[in-house]
Ligand binder design. Structure first.
Ligand SMILES: CNc1ncnc2c1ncn2[C@@H]1O[C@H](COP(=O)(O)OP(=O)(O)OP(=O)(O)O)[C@@H](O)[C@H]1O
Length: 168
C-alpha cells in the first residue's frame, strides 16, 4: 500500500515572467522548481504553501491570494510513498526574492524556462500552467531521471475535482 505525503508547490508570476528557485539541498537538489515542501500537521495546505514560499525565498503572499491550479502525484518504482503535490500560483505578492539556505531564486521569461535543469515531469505540465489551464498529472518514476509512465488531463474546476475524489 502507498503512503500518501502532502506537499505544496508555489509559482509566482509577474507579467511574462515566472519565479523559480534552484534547490541547494535535499530532495531535488540542483534542480529549478517552484517553492514548497511538506504540509505540517498544525497548518492548512494554503498556510503551508505561503510559509514554504516565505522560508525559501523571503517572498510573502496571503494564503487567500494563492490559486490552486493543479494536482500532481508522483510515485517511484519500489518506493512506498505517493507524493501528493498541490500546485498554486499568484501574481499578488510582496518582497523581492532573496537567496536562502535552501533556494536561489531567479525570474525566468515564460519562454525561457530551464527544462534541462528541472524535474523531467515539469516539461510535460508547465505548458498547461503557462497557458492558464488547471490540470491533474500523475507520474511514475524509475529512479529520479526516468518517467516510466504518466497521465495528464485538463480540469475545469479544482473544487469539483477534489469533491469527486474519495479521501482528499
Ligand atoms: C518528482 N517530480 C517533481 N516535480 C516537481 N516538483 C516536485 C517533484 N517532486 C517533489 N517536488 C516538489 O519539491 C519540493 C520538495 O520539498 P522538500 O524540500 O522535500 O520539502 P521540505 O522543504 O518540507 O523539506 P525539508 O524541510 O527540507 O525536509 C516540494 O515543493 C514538492 O512539491
Amino acid at each position: 500500500m502507498l503512503v500518501k505525503k502532502l506537499f505544496t508547490l508555489v509559482f509566482i508570476n509577474n507579467e511574462d515572467q515566472i519565479l523559480l528557485g534552484l534547490k541547494k539541498r535535499g530532495f531535488g537538489v540542483k534542480k529549478w522548481n517552484g517553492f514548497g515542501g511538506k504540509v505540517e500537521p498544525n497548518e492548512t495546505i494554503l498556510e503551508a504553501a505561503a510559509r514554504e514560499l516565505n522560508e525559501e525565498c523571503c517572498v510573502s503572499v496571503r494564503p487567500s491570494d494563492l490559486k490552486n491550479i493543479a494536482h500532481l502525484e508522483f510515485t517511484f518504482e519500489g518506493q512506498p510513498t505517493l507524493m501528493d503535490v498541490r500546485v498554486f500560483s499568484t501574481n499578488v505578492f510582496e518582497g523581492n526574492p532573496k537567496e536562502t539556505e535552501e533556494m536561489l531564486p531567479k525570474w525566468f521569461k515564460n519562454t525561457e524556462v530551464p527544462f534541462d535543469d528541472m524535474w523531467p515531469d515539469d516539461r510535460i505540465w508547465f505548458p498547461y500552467m503557462l497557458q492558464g489551464k488547471k490540470f491533474f498529472g500523475k507520474f511514475h518514476y524509475e529512479g529520479f531521471d526516468k518517467i516510466l509512465n504518466y497521465k495528464i488531463e485538463e480540469i475545469d474546476c479544482m473544487k469539483t475535482f477534489y469533491a469527486g475524489r474519495k479521501s482528499t
